[in-house]
Design a protein around this ligand. Structure first.
Ligand SMILES: Cc1ncc(COP(=O)(O)O)c(C=O)c1O
Length: 406
Protein backbone atom coordinates (compact mmCIF):
# COMPACT_ATOMS: atom_id res chain seq x y z
CA UNK A 1 0.00 0.00 0.00
CA UNK A 2 1.33 3.46 -0.87
CA UNK A 3 0.99 6.74 1.00
CA UNK A 4 -2.28 8.64 0.46
CA UNK A 5 -1.91 10.52 -2.79
CA UNK A 6 -5.22 12.01 -3.94
CA UNK A 7 -5.68 12.99 -7.58
CA UNK A 8 -5.62 16.73 -8.32
CA UNK A 9 -9.19 18.00 -8.22
CA UNK A 10 -10.97 21.33 -8.44
CA UNK A 11 -13.99 20.93 -6.15
CA UNK A 12 -16.72 23.15 -7.61
CA UNK A 13 -19.68 21.48 -5.95
CA UNK A 14 -21.79 22.68 -2.99
CA UNK A 15 -19.00 21.77 -0.56
CA UNK A 16 -16.62 20.46 0.48
CA UNK A 17 -14.44 22.67 -1.70
CA UNK A 18 -10.72 22.51 -2.36
CA UNK A 19 -9.08 23.63 0.88
CA UNK A 20 -6.94 26.75 0.91
CA UNK A 21 -3.30 25.54 0.90
CA UNK A 22 -2.58 27.91 3.78
CA UNK A 23 -5.14 26.07 5.90
CA UNK A 24 -3.57 22.73 5.02
CA UNK A 25 -0.13 24.10 5.94
CA UNK A 26 -1.42 25.29 9.30
CA UNK A 27 -2.81 21.80 9.87
CA UNK A 28 0.60 20.20 9.41
CA UNK A 29 1.97 21.97 12.52
CA UNK A 30 3.10 19.82 15.47
CA UNK A 31 0.82 19.06 18.43
CA UNK A 32 1.06 20.84 21.77
CA UNK A 33 -0.30 19.61 25.11
CA UNK A 34 -3.94 20.38 25.60
CA UNK A 35 -3.47 22.69 28.58
CA UNK A 36 -0.11 24.13 27.50
CA UNK A 37 -0.35 27.92 27.90
CA UNK A 38 0.41 28.29 24.18
CA UNK A 39 -2.51 26.00 23.39
CA UNK A 40 -4.99 27.81 25.62
CA UNK A 41 -3.81 31.13 24.15
CA UNK A 42 -4.40 29.70 20.68
CA UNK A 43 -7.89 28.61 21.73
CA UNK A 44 -8.57 32.15 22.99
CA UNK A 45 -7.28 33.64 19.74
CA UNK A 46 -9.56 31.30 17.80
CA UNK A 47 -12.53 32.46 19.85
CA UNK A 48 -11.65 36.10 19.16
CA UNK A 49 -11.30 35.43 15.42
CA UNK A 50 -14.68 33.67 15.20
CA UNK A 51 -16.34 36.57 17.02
CA UNK A 52 -15.30 38.66 14.04
CA UNK A 53 -16.50 36.04 11.56
CA UNK A 54 -19.92 35.74 13.25
CA UNK A 55 -20.02 39.52 13.89
CA UNK A 56 -20.68 39.15 17.56
CA UNK A 57 -19.52 40.18 20.98
CA UNK A 58 -20.68 36.81 22.37
CA UNK A 59 -18.06 35.58 24.82
CA UNK A 60 -19.21 32.04 24.14
CA UNK A 61 -17.88 31.69 20.62
CA UNK A 62 -15.74 28.58 20.11
CA UNK A 63 -15.44 25.30 18.20
CA UNK A 64 -17.38 22.08 18.57
CA UNK A 65 -15.24 19.14 17.42
CA UNK A 66 -16.94 17.28 14.61
CA UNK A 67 -18.49 18.20 11.28
CA UNK A 68 -21.15 20.89 11.00
CA UNK A 69 -23.87 18.61 12.16
CA UNK A 70 -22.03 18.16 15.47
CA UNK A 71 -22.53 21.91 15.95
CA UNK A 72 -26.21 21.61 15.08
CA UNK A 73 -26.72 18.70 17.46
CA UNK A 74 -24.80 20.46 20.24
CA UNK A 75 -27.02 23.51 19.88
CA UNK A 76 -30.30 21.63 19.78
CA UNK A 77 -29.55 19.00 22.42
CA UNK A 78 -28.28 21.66 24.81
CA UNK A 79 -31.21 24.03 24.31
CA UNK A 80 -34.09 21.58 24.05
CA UNK A 81 -35.68 19.55 26.79
CA UNK A 82 -38.22 16.80 26.11
CA UNK A 83 -41.59 18.37 25.35
CA UNK A 84 -40.24 21.81 24.41
CA UNK A 85 -41.97 23.33 21.40
CA UNK A 86 -39.78 24.08 18.38
CA UNK A 87 -40.67 25.75 15.09
CA UNK A 88 -38.65 24.82 12.01
CA UNK A 89 -39.30 26.70 8.76
CA UNK A 90 -38.30 24.09 6.15
CA UNK A 91 -37.20 25.18 2.68
CA UNK A 92 -34.85 22.32 1.83
CA UNK A 93 -33.06 19.22 3.08
CA UNK A 94 -31.30 20.88 5.98
CA UNK A 95 -34.56 22.17 7.47
CA UNK A 96 -35.61 18.51 7.55
CA UNK A 97 -32.33 17.75 9.32
CA UNK A 98 -33.08 20.36 12.01
CA UNK A 99 -36.53 18.80 12.39
CA UNK A 100 -35.14 15.30 12.78
CA UNK A 101 -32.48 16.34 15.30
CA UNK A 102 -35.02 18.31 17.35
CA UNK A 103 -37.31 15.25 17.31
CA UNK A 104 -34.44 13.10 18.60
CA UNK A 105 -34.18 15.61 21.47
CA UNK A 106 -37.81 14.60 22.10
CA UNK A 107 -39.01 18.13 21.47
CA UNK A 108 -42.49 18.83 20.11
CA UNK A 109 -41.54 19.92 16.60
CA UNK A 110 -43.76 22.04 14.37
CA UNK A 111 -42.79 22.79 10.78
CA UNK A 112 -43.89 25.17 8.08
CA UNK A 113 -42.78 24.57 4.51
CA UNK A 114 -42.37 26.37 1.22
CA UNK A 115 -41.56 24.55 -2.02
CA UNK A 116 -37.87 23.91 -2.75
CA UNK A 117 -36.49 26.93 -4.58
CA UNK A 118 -38.33 29.49 -2.42
CA UNK A 119 -37.77 31.18 0.97
CA UNK A 120 -40.15 32.41 3.69
CA UNK A 121 -41.57 35.88 4.17
CA UNK A 122 -40.81 36.93 7.73
CA UNK A 123 -44.57 37.49 8.25
CA UNK A 124 -45.25 33.80 7.55
CA UNK A 125 -42.70 32.87 10.19
CA UNK A 126 -44.20 35.32 12.68
CA UNK A 127 -47.70 33.92 12.06
CA UNK A 128 -46.40 30.44 12.84
CA UNK A 129 -44.54 31.66 15.93
CA UNK A 130 -47.76 33.27 17.16
CA UNK A 131 -49.63 30.01 16.61
CA UNK A 132 -47.03 27.53 17.94
CA UNK A 133 -45.52 29.66 20.75
CA UNK A 134 -42.18 27.82 20.49
CA UNK A 135 -39.30 27.95 22.92
CA UNK A 136 -36.99 27.86 19.90
CA UNK A 137 -37.15 28.78 16.23
CA UNK A 138 -34.52 26.78 14.32
CA UNK A 139 -33.77 27.89 10.79
CA UNK A 140 -31.15 27.31 8.10
CA UNK A 141 -29.65 30.41 6.49
CA UNK A 142 -28.30 28.94 3.26
CA UNK A 143 -29.73 25.56 2.31
CA UNK A 144 -27.30 23.97 -0.15
CA UNK A 145 -29.93 21.49 -1.30
CA UNK A 146 -31.88 24.28 -3.01
CA UNK A 147 -29.22 27.07 -3.03
CA UNK A 148 -31.70 29.43 -1.32
CA UNK A 149 -30.66 31.93 1.35
CA UNK A 150 -33.35 32.70 3.93
CA UNK A 151 -33.44 36.40 4.94
CA UNK A 152 -32.82 36.52 8.69
CA UNK A 153 -32.68 40.21 9.51
CA UNK A 154 -36.23 40.39 10.95
CA UNK A 155 -36.32 37.04 12.71
CA UNK A 156 -34.47 38.00 15.87
CA UNK A 157 -36.94 40.75 16.64
CA UNK A 158 -39.88 38.47 15.87
CA UNK A 159 -38.50 35.84 18.24
CA UNK A 160 -37.90 38.37 21.00
CA UNK A 161 -41.44 39.75 20.61
CA UNK A 162 -42.74 36.24 21.24
CA UNK A 163 -40.15 35.22 23.80
CA UNK A 164 -38.55 32.52 21.63
CA UNK A 165 -34.88 31.74 21.12
CA UNK A 166 -33.49 31.81 17.58
CA UNK A 167 -31.01 29.21 16.29
CA UNK A 168 -29.45 29.36 12.82
CA UNK A 169 -27.50 26.78 10.81
CA UNK A 170 -25.08 28.96 8.83
CA UNK A 171 -22.88 26.05 7.69
CA UNK A 172 -23.12 26.77 3.99
CA UNK A 173 -23.43 30.54 4.07
CA UNK A 174 -21.08 31.97 6.71
CA UNK A 175 -18.21 33.94 5.23
CA UNK A 176 -19.77 34.18 1.77
CA UNK A 177 -23.09 35.87 2.50
CA UNK A 178 -24.03 38.69 4.83
CA UNK A 179 -24.37 37.37 8.38
CA UNK A 180 -24.90 39.50 11.49
CA UNK A 181 -25.17 37.47 14.69
CA UNK A 182 -25.74 40.43 17.02
CA UNK A 183 -27.43 42.95 14.73
CA UNK A 184 -29.99 40.31 13.68
CA UNK A 185 -30.57 39.12 17.25
CA UNK A 186 -29.58 35.47 16.78
CA UNK A 187 -29.14 33.41 19.93
CA UNK A 188 -27.11 30.49 18.62
CA UNK A 189 -25.45 29.97 15.26
CA UNK A 190 -23.27 27.13 14.02
CA UNK A 191 -21.16 26.60 10.93
CA UNK A 192 -18.51 24.39 9.34
CA UNK A 193 -15.23 24.98 7.56
CA UNK A 194 -15.77 23.18 4.26
CA UNK A 195 -17.81 25.83 2.44
CA UNK A 196 -17.04 29.56 2.32
CA UNK A 197 -14.37 29.27 5.04
CA UNK A 198 -12.18 27.23 2.67
CA UNK A 199 -11.09 24.46 5.05
CA UNK A 200 -11.79 20.76 5.50
CA UNK A 201 -14.87 19.52 7.34
CA UNK A 202 -14.35 18.44 10.93
CA UNK A 203 -14.81 21.52 13.09
CA UNK A 204 -18.02 23.39 13.84
CA UNK A 205 -17.67 27.02 14.94
CA UNK A 206 -20.49 28.07 17.27
CA UNK A 207 -21.59 31.32 18.86
CA UNK A 208 -24.05 31.58 21.78
CA UNK A 209 -25.79 34.70 23.11
CA UNK A 210 -25.90 35.45 26.84
CA UNK A 211 -29.63 34.71 26.78
CA UNK A 212 -28.98 31.21 25.40
CA UNK A 213 -26.03 30.71 27.77
CA UNK A 214 -28.49 31.24 30.62
CA UNK A 215 -30.81 28.54 29.25
CA UNK A 216 -27.93 26.08 28.74
CA UNK A 217 -26.21 26.75 32.06
CA UNK A 218 -29.49 26.13 33.85
CA UNK A 219 -29.00 22.47 32.81
CA UNK A 220 -25.38 22.11 33.87
CA UNK A 221 -24.32 18.72 35.22
CA UNK A 222 -20.54 18.36 35.48
CA UNK A 223 -19.51 14.76 34.98
CA UNK A 224 -18.39 12.65 37.92
CA UNK A 225 -14.64 12.63 38.35
CA UNK A 226 -14.36 16.29 37.33
CA UNK A 227 -16.83 17.73 39.82
CA UNK A 228 -15.85 20.03 42.63
CA UNK A 229 -17.95 20.96 45.66
CA UNK A 230 -19.61 23.95 43.95
CA UNK A 231 -20.86 21.80 41.10
CA UNK A 232 -24.51 21.32 41.91
CA UNK A 233 -26.62 19.58 39.29
CA UNK A 234 -29.14 21.94 37.73
CA UNK A 235 -32.27 21.27 35.72
CA UNK A 236 -32.82 18.52 33.16
CA UNK A 237 -29.45 16.97 32.23
CA UNK A 238 -28.37 17.57 28.62
CA UNK A 239 -28.88 14.27 26.76
CA UNK A 240 -25.38 14.14 25.24
CA UNK A 241 -22.05 14.22 27.00
CA UNK A 242 -19.81 14.97 23.99
CA UNK A 243 -22.08 17.76 22.71
CA UNK A 244 -22.99 19.19 26.12
CA UNK A 245 -22.50 22.93 25.61
CA UNK A 246 -22.67 23.62 29.35
CA UNK A 247 -19.51 21.55 29.84
CA UNK A 248 -17.95 22.74 26.57
CA UNK A 249 -18.28 26.37 27.69
CA UNK A 250 -16.30 25.47 30.80
CA UNK A 251 -13.74 23.66 28.66
CA UNK A 252 -13.21 26.78 26.52
CA UNK A 253 -13.49 29.13 29.50
CA UNK A 254 -11.14 30.03 32.37
CA UNK A 255 -12.07 26.87 34.26
CA UNK A 256 -10.57 24.68 31.49
CA UNK A 257 -12.76 21.78 32.52
CA UNK A 258 -11.01 18.60 31.39
CA UNK A 259 -13.79 17.46 29.02
CA UNK A 260 -12.61 15.93 25.69
CA UNK A 261 -9.13 16.10 24.16
CA UNK A 262 -9.20 19.02 21.77
CA UNK A 263 -8.79 18.06 18.09
CA UNK A 264 -5.64 20.15 17.88
CA UNK A 265 -5.05 19.78 14.15
CA UNK A 266 -8.62 20.86 13.39
CA UNK A 267 -8.17 23.79 15.77
CA UNK A 268 -5.15 24.93 13.76
CA UNK A 269 -7.17 24.62 10.57
CA UNK A 270 -10.21 26.42 11.96
CA UNK A 271 -8.03 29.21 13.32
CA UNK A 272 -6.35 29.66 9.93
CA UNK A 273 -9.71 29.73 8.10
CA UNK A 274 -10.89 32.55 10.34
CA UNK A 275 -7.54 34.32 10.29
CA UNK A 276 -7.58 34.41 6.47
CA UNK A 277 -11.16 35.66 6.41
CA UNK A 278 -10.48 38.40 8.93
CA UNK A 279 -7.28 39.38 7.13
CA UNK A 280 -9.23 39.72 3.88
CA UNK A 281 -12.08 41.48 5.68
CA UNK A 282 -15.43 39.77 6.19
CA UNK A 283 -17.20 42.30 3.94
CA UNK A 284 -14.56 41.84 1.25
CA UNK A 285 -14.93 38.05 1.44
CA UNK A 286 -18.72 38.35 1.07
CA UNK A 287 -18.23 40.70 -1.90
CA UNK A 288 -15.77 38.22 -3.45
CA UNK A 289 -18.32 35.42 -3.15
CA UNK A 290 -21.04 37.68 -4.58
CA UNK A 291 -18.86 38.64 -7.55
CA UNK A 292 -17.70 35.15 -8.49
CA UNK A 293 -21.15 33.74 -7.80
CA UNK A 294 -22.63 36.26 -10.24
CA UNK A 295 -20.00 35.39 -12.84
CA UNK A 296 -20.89 31.69 -12.53
CA UNK A 297 -24.62 32.45 -12.69
CA UNK A 298 -24.27 34.56 -15.83
CA UNK A 299 -21.80 32.04 -17.24
CA UNK A 300 -24.20 29.10 -17.08
CA UNK A 301 -26.94 31.30 -18.48
CA UNK A 302 -24.54 32.37 -21.23
CA UNK A 303 -24.20 28.70 -22.18
CA UNK A 304 -27.97 28.69 -22.65
CA UNK A 305 -28.72 26.74 -19.45
CA UNK A 306 -31.60 27.46 -17.06
CA UNK A 307 -31.10 28.24 -13.39
CA UNK A 308 -33.36 26.70 -10.72
CA UNK A 309 -35.18 28.59 -7.98
CA UNK A 310 -35.80 32.15 -6.89
CA UNK A 311 -32.52 33.67 -8.07
CA UNK A 312 -33.15 36.87 -6.09
CA UNK A 313 -32.74 34.77 -2.93
CA UNK A 314 -29.91 32.53 -4.12
CA UNK A 315 -26.83 32.15 -1.92
CA UNK A 316 -23.83 33.87 -3.43
CA UNK A 317 -21.77 30.71 -3.36
CA UNK A 318 -23.79 28.08 -5.19
CA UNK A 319 -26.05 27.88 -8.21
CA UNK A 320 -28.46 25.09 -9.19
CA UNK A 321 -28.45 24.48 -12.93
CA UNK A 322 -31.28 22.64 -14.66
CA UNK A 323 -29.91 19.55 -16.40
CA UNK A 324 -30.82 19.93 -20.11
CA UNK A 325 -33.60 17.54 -21.18
CA UNK A 326 -31.51 16.62 -24.24
CA UNK A 327 -29.19 14.65 -21.93
CA UNK A 328 -31.84 12.07 -21.05
CA UNK A 329 -32.31 10.21 -17.77
CA UNK A 330 -28.70 9.44 -16.77
CA UNK A 331 -27.13 12.28 -18.75
CA UNK A 332 -26.59 14.48 -15.69
CA UNK A 333 -24.35 11.88 -14.07
CA UNK A 334 -22.47 11.26 -17.32
CA UNK A 335 -21.64 14.96 -17.62
CA UNK A 336 -20.41 15.05 -14.01
CA UNK A 337 -18.28 11.97 -14.61
CA UNK A 338 -16.76 13.45 -17.78
CA UNK A 339 -15.95 16.71 -15.99
CA UNK A 340 -14.17 14.71 -13.30
CA UNK A 341 -12.37 12.30 -15.63
CA UNK A 342 -11.27 14.74 -18.31
CA UNK A 343 -10.81 17.97 -16.35
CA UNK A 344 -10.50 16.94 -12.70
CA UNK A 345 -13.46 19.20 -11.89
CA UNK A 346 -16.19 18.10 -9.49
CA UNK A 347 -19.66 19.62 -9.59
CA UNK A 348 -22.53 18.52 -7.37
CA UNK A 349 -25.48 16.28 -7.88
CA UNK A 350 -28.67 16.90 -5.87
CA UNK A 351 -31.17 15.04 -3.76
CA UNK A 352 -34.84 14.83 -2.81
CA UNK A 353 -37.19 16.44 -5.33
CA UNK A 354 -34.23 17.87 -7.27
CA UNK A 355 -32.46 14.54 -7.78
CA UNK A 356 -31.64 14.13 -11.47
CA UNK A 357 -33.02 17.59 -12.18
CA UNK A 358 -30.20 20.00 -11.29
CA UNK A 359 -26.46 20.17 -10.89
CA UNK A 360 -25.15 22.35 -8.11
CA UNK A 361 -22.07 24.39 -8.90
CA UNK A 362 -20.24 26.17 -6.10
CA UNK A 363 -17.91 29.13 -6.07
CA UNK A 364 -16.79 29.29 -2.49
CA UNK A 365 -13.87 29.56 -0.12
CA UNK A 366 -10.56 29.18 -1.91
CA UNK A 367 -12.43 28.45 -5.18
CA UNK A 368 -14.31 31.77 -5.27
CA UNK A 369 -11.71 32.79 -7.87
CA UNK A 370 -11.82 33.97 -11.45
CA UNK A 371 -9.64 31.18 -12.87
CA UNK A 372 -11.74 28.50 -11.14
CA UNK A 373 -14.97 30.00 -12.50
CA UNK A 374 -13.69 30.42 -16.08
CA UNK A 375 -12.09 26.98 -16.18
CA UNK A 376 -15.28 25.30 -14.94
CA UNK A 377 -17.40 27.10 -17.52
CA UNK A 378 -14.96 26.26 -20.34
CA UNK A 379 -14.86 22.61 -19.32
CA UNK A 380 -18.65 22.41 -18.92
CA UNK A 381 -19.10 23.78 -22.43
CA UNK A 382 -16.81 21.13 -23.91
CA UNK A 383 -18.42 18.29 -22.00
CA UNK A 384 -21.95 19.39 -22.88
CA UNK A 385 -20.99 19.73 -26.52
CA UNK A 386 -19.46 16.23 -26.40
CA UNK A 387 -22.81 14.94 -25.09
CA UNK A 388 -24.75 16.54 -27.91
CA UNK A 389 -26.19 19.52 -26.02
CA UNK A 390 -26.39 22.58 -28.27
CA UNK A 391 -24.61 25.20 -26.14
CA UNK A 392 -23.64 28.72 -27.17
CA UNK A 393 -20.00 28.60 -28.30
CA UNK A 394 -17.87 30.55 -25.82
CA UNK A 395 -21.11 31.77 -24.20
CA UNK A 396 -20.20 30.73 -20.66
CA UNK A 397 -16.72 32.15 -20.42
CA UNK A 398 -17.81 35.22 -22.40
CA UNK A 399 -20.72 36.04 -20.09
CA UNK A 400 -18.58 35.52 -16.99
CA UNK A 401 -15.84 37.75 -18.38
CA UNK A 402 -18.44 40.45 -19.01
CA UNK A 403 -19.39 40.28 -15.33
CA UNK A 404 -15.72 40.62 -14.38
CA UNK A 405 -15.29 43.56 -16.76
CA UNK A 406 -18.32 45.43 -15.40
C1 LIG B 1 -26.76 23.94 5.43
C2 LIG B 1 -26.02 22.73 5.87
N1 LIG B 1 -26.19 22.28 7.12
C3 LIG B 1 -25.55 21.19 7.57
C4 LIG B 1 -24.69 20.49 6.77
C5 LIG B 1 -24.06 19.24 7.33
O1 LIG B 1 -22.71 19.44 7.46
P1 LIG B 1 -21.66 18.28 7.76
O2 LIG B 1 -21.72 17.38 6.59
O3 LIG B 1 -20.36 19.04 7.86
O4 LIG B 1 -22.01 17.63 9.05
C6 LIG B 1 -24.47 20.92 5.47
C7 LIG B 1 -23.57 20.17 4.57
O5 LIG B 1 -23.62 20.25 3.37
C8 LIG B 1 -25.14 22.08 5.01
O6 LIG B 1 -24.99 22.52 3.76
Amino acid sequence: MTQVNPPPRLLMGPGPVTADPRVLRAMSAQLVGQFDPWMTDTMNETMALYRQVFRTANRQTFLVDGTSRAGIEAALVSLLEPGDRVLVPVFGRFGHLLTEIAERCRAEVHTIEVPWGAVFDPEAIEDAVRRVRPKLVAVVQGDTSTTMCQPLADLGEICRRHDALLYCDATASLGGNEFEMDAWGLDVATAGLQKCLGGPSGSAPISISDRAVGVIDARKHVEAGLRVDDDVDRGERIASNYLDLAQLMDYWGPRRLNHHTEATTMLYGARECARLLVEEGVDAAVARHAGHGRAMLEGVRGLGLEVFGDVAHKMHNVVAVEIPAALGASGGDKVRAALLDDFGIEIGTSFGPLHGRVWRIGTMGHNARRDAVLLTLAALEQVLRGHGVPVTAGGGVGAAREVYAS
